[in-house]
Design a protein around this ligand. Sequence first.
Ligand code: MAN
Length: 547
Amino acid sequence: MIPLLLLLPLTVPALASRDKTIGVAPGLLSKYAPSSGDKWTCLDGSKQISWKAVNDDYCDCKDGSDEPGTSACANSTFYCRNDGHIGSTIPAWQVNDGLCEAACCDGSDELPGVCPNRCKEIGEAYRTKRDAERKLRKTGAKIRSTYIAYAHKEKKRLELVLQSNVQEIALQEKEVERLKDIAERTESISAAALEHKKESPLYQSIIKHSNALKSLQREHKKHLEREKALGDILDALRKGYNPNYQDMAVLEAVRGWEYLAGLPHINDVGKEDSEAEGDGEVKEVTEEPVAEVLEDGMWSEEDLEKNLDPLLNTDYVSLLLEHDEHVQTPASESVLFDLASYIPDSIYPQYEELKDAVISWLEKLGIVKPSPDAAADSSKARQVLTDAENKLNDLKRDQERAKEDMEDIFNPEGFGSEGEWKKLDGMCLEKDTGEYTYEVCLFGEAKQKPNHGGSTFSLGKFKSWNPDQDVPVGSPEFYTKQTYKHGTRCWNGPERNVILELSCGLENAIQSIIELEKCEYQFTVTTPALCLPLDPENGKDAGREEL
Ligand code: MAN
């Protein structure tokens, strides 16, 4: 009680003696000076008051500007200079309330002697922390810039993929058209007509060639295997024979093999090296095989290995039908002689049934030869068509994916406006917490894998960046959170999901995992992708203002 009584009478004179500019922000200091006649005008220009009335603990101006250093005006603010640290502004009601505000480390919000000035130590600690953060940002930003470069390269690669994909699709579309035509014609042609076509000397010759080639291929394979086995035997002889026996037959066989296989003589192997290095180790250097000179159109060894099988799998019936198109227009294909094309659609099924019945009677009576199996040929043509259509669909899907990837690379809602996140697409990070190993494949799926048996649970798939409504898309804060949703449902509970809290760090790593609520997990993750470059001018963060 006594100290309070002692303080009260001191308050007004103490205030009167204090600097009139106390609590004034640096930008407004020039406005706090008396005009002639010791007058002063409120900052909003609404009133002129005596200079003495400034900071006299009585509110005169509507805008509160006459009391920057007291709590007299509810709408004014107080500026703490915080020398040794960073200045800050607090609301007027916190001034002279007997409490030392953390934001005013110099204690200037209270009367002298009430709060100690802690700005030196706080400022030093702040600067140490800030410098460490800047160092981290600087190094991290260098890694981040490599991520950006990767995104540009990736874009170029995707552009090329798209270009070649467009050409491939066009070619494959033509191929599908061609095969469709063949399949339709194979299906429409009668078995007898097909058999007749197969009797063409050209077709017969091709089949013969094909069979000969298949037989040669079989023999060739046998010889290759034999040559390999012989080579192994000779290799063993070369390495294992004892030169002291001076067996000329063996020596000749070894020399002959070395000549054929382009190997140095076994006694010379490693001599040069061991002479130079003195390590005595045997080193073998095989001579480079001399490249074969091929006549025009001839196949190389590699061609034979790679392309002979596809050639031998050619659908010769399809070729035969296609060949027809090039040499003649079969009379039976003319609409004039195609009875079926004159039949009205309504009675076509009955016509087909009647035709099949008549043919089957004629076959049974031995008047016509049973028709060979045309279905096998037509189903083969259909299969080839289906394969080609599947390939076309795959190409189109690849194209769609490449287009989506292209759109996402420099998209603020995708991999960031600089593409800095593309590098991390699909990168998997793991952390062992004892009971579980948690995994997140960025932009993919998060998982909880038990370390001592049991099932792995999905914790959800990538859903979005920061879902907070008030965080602008593309702002640095936008990239500090990711959500992964719709994981395995908890027993009697919600689906598992993850909130990923991201911050700048030199490594892409999971730092901690907490199950915030049942089946809701929080991963904290560091990544260089979030290390924004500092302002190159003064080494400060370009986008943020210090405390
Ligand atoms: C498993 C784990 C836990 C989770 C419970 C919920 O044990 O996925 O993280 O809390 O299921 O039943």
